[in-house]
Design a protein. Sequence first.
Length: 706
Amino acid sequence: MFSNIHCKGKGGSGKVLPVAGINRIALAVAGAWFSMSAGAQTTVTLPEVRVTAAPAAGDEFITQGKAASVGKNRASIQDTPFSISVVDAKQAAEAGATNIESALLYSAGVYAGRYGFDTRGDWAAVRGMTTSSYVDGLRSIYGFYNNVRPEFYTLERVEVLKGPSSVLYGQAELGGIVNAVSKLPKRERSREIEVQVGSHNRKQVGMDFTGPVNEDGTLLYRLVALKRNSDTQVDYVNDDAVVLMPSLTWRPNTDTSVTVLYTYQKNESKVSSQFLPMQGTLVSGSQGYIPSSRFAGEPGWDRYDTKKNELTLLAEHRLNETWNVKANLRRTDSSSVTKEIYTRVGSVPDAAGNMQRTISAADRSTDVWAADVRLEGDIRLGPTRHRVTAGLDYQNALWTEGNYLSATLPGTFNIYNPVYGTINPNSYTGTDRPDNKIIQTGLYLMDHMEWGPWVLSGAVRRDEADNQTITPGAGVSSVKNGATTGQLGLMYRFANGISPYISTSEAFVPNLGTDGAGGYLKPTTGSQDEVGIKYLAPSGNTSVAFAMFDIKQKNRVVAGSTPGGQEQVGSVIEGWEIEARHRMGRLELLGNYTDMNALNDQTRQRLSSVAEKTASAWAQYHFTGGWRAGVGGRYIGDVTGANGTPIAPSVALYDAMVGYSIGQWDFRLNMQNIGDKEYVSWCRGLNQDCGYGSRRNVLLTANFKF
């Protein structure tokens, strides 16, 4: 009778038998035993139980057995026939991450730090293409340089959905989605104070308190706050921040959860990109090389200050055993003030090192309403199980730009021996520019079906978008676009944890502006075909993800030959990537490699600012007595500028960490780019500007939990 109880793996599904399920089985066994003891003749047949060992709850290293919210269903990454990566914030911090960009340094298929050291945002290319930035499942960036960069300390994890993803998120760039997941209230009480000091006079203090408000635990709270004062590797450029992020969760019963999250953030900085000339960075200039610390602006005038007030509502209600409804709603008001002076792009230093400069300024703002409401069902039809999602998302975003200024300053500036204060930037005035607005509505339907070892996942979506340009005194011009996109994936899960799959997906991104010839820009579209293999060991200690991909893009917007205009071209990207994680006792190992060809489909030249080959590896060991240590290496292949020139050479960088825990204290010393390698990460084009990558950064963190 008991021979009908089977415990065996299910193709690496990554699911752990819930406690409630174990209790039900225990009761059934007890009932059967009681019947036998009483001499009953009834035969009890127990249902088959499938158990797969997976990483323990809260595990931060092997993430493939977890579900990712970016996938919009409850299936684990291992069971999904598409490429998704999850980077746990705690694990990323062990490798020295201080922002989203640096958290992705050890991820396959991701080229983080695409435009070098930059205080304005997190720039990453995924599979050679630009990504869309999301926070808690809703789009977070509209326009340019008018948004606040998320503070890494406020995040639980970073999720990357690789490749075209319009079917889930509407107007999603072909590179995919980078979704930051905020810290939210927890049932377990936890309080911590964290202090950081480090390179460039960095001083930061953070606090993170969470737990129940009342005795029955129906109200939970979390308060995350941060204050930072810091300089950077560029002279006169600071990186100061203040964050206050309270949240409250109401759980009146086991079926309902409502979370309200408020974020206030203010950053005061300057633009670190000085747009230094190729002569003096990539190649020696008239007076040698320009140091990466060189500031070409005016110390008392330059600024890049951003501010955000944001209110988010996250609600979930279980309707019955089969259906539940989720809603993500957000209201965002953000603004920025930009004032910068930099070396004029295309200007070459003369024999003495003198060159022209550009003055630029703008006041920008963003006003966003966004929502994503969906119905999720877990349905069994015969031998099949369906995770069905039907949803609607909406975004209404207005971004403005006033006091815009861009002009060449008179005279010259010696880039090797700078003298500041020779001009009066306040004598220049700006003008208002047209505002932009997008109103977009999307309907989507997804079915993730499991039939024994088979997985068939498909989705379809319809988008309607109204992109508006609002010009003062000239009214509103509107371009309406609609598109139907889809994705389909098939996977087979072997009992040993190996799961091969094949998938295809599409993308659709409307574009604002004209083509310089009297017409409007067409939407950028594209598709990706992917073949891969995922592996999650039954022990939960080893995971491997391998993928080959072929991306075709149409109507990518680039600078045009028509003065002041833009052109649209296509791209073709083919390549493969692999990421492996292994945990062996106290040792954790991570490695990845990406190799691709990213080309303009007409000229067959390489796409600019894309490293076609990247690799990284990280090893960390936990010693007895509270000590731990980690060491990592990163390889970035060469990068070309526009039209294939110039070429920024490849570079190898090394990182390390030493940590110690005792009682309620944890200390960690991180060192990124240990050798303090000064390297050029990208160039715009031949005889144009280039950017330096991040130099050595040392950070000491002390964390106290109480």
